[in-house]
Design a protein. Structure first.
Ligand code: FAD
Length: 319
């Protein structure tokens, strides 16, 4: 089923979560071990992230350096197919512009279509470490909106090769990213929301937000989106703080703030266990408020670890 259909037809707040493909060399069992404890909360869908190649330099003879591309977490499409097959749950692959030509994107979408996967989250991707800013592939999509347009074209049976006749249309439900605290490259919130509206106007069906810890920012974001004419479902993304390292890592990596009420509590913590306790209680409180607000779904960033998200789901979604 398309994710957008689940979102449109629900009367209660749904539960969903995101997982990462395992590091190369690890088996798919680690994915199942992360999903199994969350099945009882009836996940509406599971998102699977996509990780671009990284470049490393290897020293060769005579001091030459060889640039080598390595992909540490391959397997997004395979994992989605495996999840659908094993659990009969909708799996949503993240598809990015970076590193793909439009031709390669089209081929990836054809593979997904043949596998019976009718959902994608369309993203631009971040710049790779060796780039000062995002550089699209030659002949690739530059912004997520371009990727959305390509998927919409395929949904209308329009392939890159105009000579293909009587082409079978695909049927993708398309999610896009939104930022309650603004995307880090955007000059201001209004400009970012205008860009988000372009993605919706291009044919995206729903929005999943970047993680955030201050519900007031999410509520203000939803209002600003509605005022701007964005009327599709907006799904909040929640990540519990689970370690002392998260306190500095999450704001830096995701360009978000931690509210002072939360940092006041976190500053008292001296161990990861204490930090996790504070982070879990905060996420439960956030989730309950979001349910009260009437969000269609809450999307949890598990980062491959389901224990804490299970505790939150037990407090928020248990029947
Ligand atoms: P866009 O919507 O293209 O926006 C990027 C920036 O460009 C914004 O500042 C926007 O305001 C601006 N912009 C947009 N259109 C235009 C235009 N026409 N002209 C000028 N400026 C424009 N990354 C991964 O690599 N893999 C993942 O699996 C992944 N999953 C994610 C899941 C979620 C829910 C979220 C929120 C992010 C995820 N990301 C992932 C990170 C994402 O790729 C980055 O945040 C990226 O920098 C922006 O992606 P986007 O799709 O929001 O880009």
């Amino acid at each position: 089923m398309q994710v957008i259909e689940r979102l449109r037809n629900t009367k209660k707040t749904l539960f969903s979560f995101e997982i990462l493909p395992p590091l190369k060399g690890k088996s798919i069992q680690s994915i199942y071990d992360g999903i199994d404890p969350l099945l009882e909360f009836d996940p509406a869908f599971v998102n699977v992230t996509y990780h671009r190649e990284e470049f490393i330099y290897k020293k060769r003879e005579k001091g030459y350096l060889e640039k080598i591309a390595i992909k540490k977490r391959p397997g997004t499409v395979g994992i989605c197919a495996a999840i659908k097959n094993k659990y009969n749950i909708e799996a949503v692959p993240h598809l990015i512009c970076g590193g793909f030509t439009r031709e390669e994107t089209e081929n990836a979408l054809i593979d997904l279509n043949f596998l019976g996967i009718d959902n994608v989250l369309a993203l631009r991707g971040d710049p790779i470490k060796t780039e000062p800013h995002f550089i699209p592939e030659n002949g690739g999509n530059k912004y997520a909106v371009d990727l959305v347009r390509q998927i919409v074209d395929l949904n209308q049976g329009k392939y890159i090769d105009e000579n293909i006749e009587n082409a079978t249309p695909t049927n993708f439900s398309i999610g896009v990213a939104g930022y309650p605290e603004k995307h880090f490259e955007s000059p201001n919130m209004q400009a970012d929301i205008r860009r988000l509206k372009e993605k919706i106007d291009a044919g995206a069906h729903y929005v999943v937000t970047q993680l955030f810890f201050d519900n007031k920012k999410f509520f203000a974001f939803v209002k600003a989106c509605r005022d701007a004419g964005i009327d599709v479902p907006i799904i909040p993304g929640i990540k519990p703080i689970e370690s002392l390292r998260h306190i500095t890592f999450l704001p830096k990596f995701f360009n978000i703030d931690l509210p002072s009420e939360l940092t006041d509590q976190l500053e008292q913590c001296t161990s990861n266990e204490e930090t996790r306790e504070v982070g879990t209680k905060w996420a439960i409180q956030q989730s309950k408020e979001l349910v009260e607000f009437g969000v269609p779904c809450i999307h949890y960033y598990t980062m491959g670890k389901s224990k804490t998200v299970r505790r939150i789901a037990q407090a928020v979604f248990k029947k």
